[in-house]
Design a protein. Sequence first.
Length: 385
Amino acid sequence: MRQIDGSSSQAITMSRAPTLDQYASLVAALYRGRFQEQHPWHDFLHELRELCWPCLTVIGLRLPTPGDAGIAYVGGATYSQQDLMNFANNYSALAPLVDLPDGETVALDELISREQLRETVYYNAFMKPFDQEQIMGFDIHRDGKVALFVRLIRGHGEPDFSTRERDILGLLEPQFRELAVWLENGRSLAREHDLHEQAFSSLSLGTVMLDADLHIEHANSVAEQLLKNNSTIARVGDKLRVMRHREHQQLQHTVRHLLADSKQAVPHVIPLERESGQSPLFITLRRLSRQDRLDDTQHIALYMTDPELRQIDQTRLVMDAFGLTPKEARLVIALANGGTLEGFATDTGISKNTARTHLYASFRKVGVSQQSSLVSHVIRAIYGL
């Protein structure tokens, strides 16, 4: 399972401290590792392994625990999911190099002598079969939890870890700390993106990002549904096309006007006629602000709403948007629809005091202190733009 390669000449070369170019390449590989879809952090693990050869290299985002294999990537060896799950269930609780001080490089030899280590169940059941004897690394904490960790692993008969490996890890520690913040922010943005996508989908709000030539840079699932087999507006190749020539010219003119308007004018709304008996399909266009751009190119955000698709589970939407309980959500929807606290209590068979408790809990969760503000927030959540 272990795959060590190299030569004595490589070992001599790697005995020296890393050059500035090597360090810069290593840091660049660390930050782009998240985007290597098939093998995350493959380049970083490979370069770190070359600098610290011979060794296995490990970068992890979540420590393994019984029932959870964690998230870790290994350079220099291949482990199956069954191997990882077996370790999590049977050996993770025995692992000696855990709960490390934040950002402090620690070697296993500092915690237990090798003679003592070889007598442990953990060594004989897990480390020895995988030819592991030396481990060195550090953990990065965020909010009291391990957010990132890195490990170097060497086997029996291989050189002892020295100050050189410790120094390399020391150079990486601040980079790992920044990476932990970056990953956390990235996950937060992803969660926000998912929330917006879910809300827009619930509202039957299609969103499309266009460039100046009407190329579609992004479209959400609702937009794709509206564009599919549509006789009014469609995706033709990679471009957006309105089927009626006059309306398509109006779309082109509006896009040019928005991109040329440095004062960020109000969004433009264009109604698109449809077959007899169907409501118009409304599209709203606005220029993306500088901070919302996909890149350095100007883009237009286009929103499509179809009144015939607006079948909204209002209670579920408000629960998801604000974290309300079903009763709290039904209360605020009733208020948004013009009802009263007393009327809601009567209709649902609860006391006015209980209804008032639901109201105050909703204030706290939505982040308001007045009923009018609560209603305003809920109306925006239900009816979108």
